[in-house]
Design a protein around this ligand. Structure first.
Ligand SMILES: CC(C)(COP(=O)(O)OP(=O)(O)OC[C@H]1O[C@@H](n2cnc3c(N)ncnc32)[C@H](O)[C@@H]1OP(=O)(O)O)[C@@H](O)C(=O)NCCC(=O)NCCS
Length: 157
């Protein structure tokens, strides 16, 4: 089905367990070797189960297939309002620049607001200029520097 047709029929919804097989190519393309194990229906299903109490995963469906996904974490905080973070966002290569990611973040922002969040945080790679342009276009601005440290003992795999 042509991309434009799929974009017109696009629907964003909560993920369900039956989506695991359809998510395999998307997870493979997004996480690749960072997934840490083969990206198979069973492993995707297990990862979805693993996060279901903590994260809201949503998918974009067009023309009977999944073309993107995103994830939201809203956690209580010592701040007056909960902390909301969009932790994942991916659209398959053939479906980009059709507004799919825009639909995904708007959906997640709606869910975050419903849960009392007043801001949404996203972390993206320093070199990922495409994603940075996308987020700026969506109204996000740089407000902090993210730092991290390995907790593994040197020499352990
Ligand atoms: C970044 C990403 C999610 C954008 O998805 P998308 O569905 O193509 O985004 P949209 O079509 O909703 O784009 C909305 C606007 O953002 C901007 N934008 C999106 N992708 C862009 C790009 N590659 N370069 C420049 N601007 C871009 C444009 O202003 C675009 O509007 P326009 O197409 O009318 O000009 C997608 O490219 C992707 O999955 N990249 C790989 C994964 C990734 O980097 N995820 C973010 C990790 S934190």
């Amino acid at each position: 089905m042509p991309l434009k047709t799929r974009a017109a029929s696009l629907r964003v919804r909560l993920v369900n367990r039956e989506d695991a097989a359809a998510l395999v190519p998307l997870f493979e393309a997004f996480y690749g070797t960072y997934f840490g194990e083969p990206v198979l229906e069973g492993t995707v299903a297990r990862r979805l189960r693993q996060v279901e109490s903590f994260e809201t995963v949503v998918v974009a469906e067009g023309g009977g297939r999944l073309v993107g996904f995103a994830s939201l974490r809203v956690t209580p905080s010592l701040d007056p309002t909960p902390y909301a973070e969009m932790t994942e966002l991916f659209v398959e290569a053939d479906s980009r620049r059709l507004g799919v990611a825009s639909r995904l973040w708007k959906y997640l922002e709606g869910l975050a607001k419903e849960q009392g969040a007043t801001h949404m945080v996203v972390l993206t790679g320093r070199m990922n200029t495409e994603a940075q342009t996308f987020y700026r276009n969506a109204g996000y601005e740089q407000y902090a520097v993210a730092m991290r440290k390995s907790l593994q003992t040197p020499g352990t795999p």
